[in-house]
Ligand binder design. Structure first.
Ligand SMILES: [Zn+2]
Length: 186
């Protein structure tokens, strides 16, 4: 399965409402494979469906050093997060080459459905806890920059715009399109 195009901020897909997955059918299995292929192609730690232009509640993750622990999460919900927090550098495939220090609970407990339609629970710590929270944010239309102050957010978006413009000019045949729209938030 070829890797899908990843949509960059401020593409509207990233802010739209994501639908719960009601039935595990062929389309859902195909979406899972597309997400895995796309994440693995760019060696990402996680990827959520809206990032490939599908507004459904699914994400994939592989935080293992050898990239041999990829998992699919359908309709995930955070049940509990730790009071203890951790601040660490975070990036996002929809914000190429941009990173920021983000504070999040250091562990989390979630429920989700697997690809067989079985409800599972999972406890995550460290990098995986960060990744799970980042991806579930995506499924709620929340982006990592929303955890930053207004000023830091503005600066990061400015840097991203410059980067995308540079990449766009470098490439005779753009690998992506930038769909502009006005974000009213902040
Ligand atoms: Zn992301």
């Amino acid at each position: 399965m070829p890797a899908k195009k990843i949509y960059f901020y401020p593409d509207p897909y990233l802010r739209q409402t994501n639908q719960s997955i009601i039935e595990i059918n062929e389309d859902v299995r195909e979406l899972a494979q597309d997400l895995l292929d796309t994440m693995n192609k760019v060696s990402g730690l996680g990827l959520a469906a809206p990032q490939v232009g599908v507004n459904k509640k699914m994400f994939v993750m592989d935080c293992s050093p050898k990239r041999n622990n990829s998992r699919v999460f359908i309709n995930p919900t955070i049940l509990k997060t730790s009071e203890e927090t951790e601040t660490s550098e975070e990036g996002c495939l929809s914000f190429p080459d941009q990173f920021a220090e983000i504070t999040r609970p250091s562990s989390c407990h979630i429920s989700y459905s697997d690809l067989e339609g079985h409800i599972q629970e999972g406890h995550f710590e460290g990098l995986e806890a960060r990744c799970v929270q980042h991806e579930i944010d995506h499924l709620n239309g929340i982006l990592f920059i929303d955890h930053l102050s207004k000023l830091k957010k503005k600066n990061l978006v400015k840097k991203l715009d410059k980067q995308l413009l540079k990449d766009h000019r470098k490439s005779m045949e753009p690998k992506y399109s930038i769909r502009r729209h006005n974000e009213q938030k902040n």
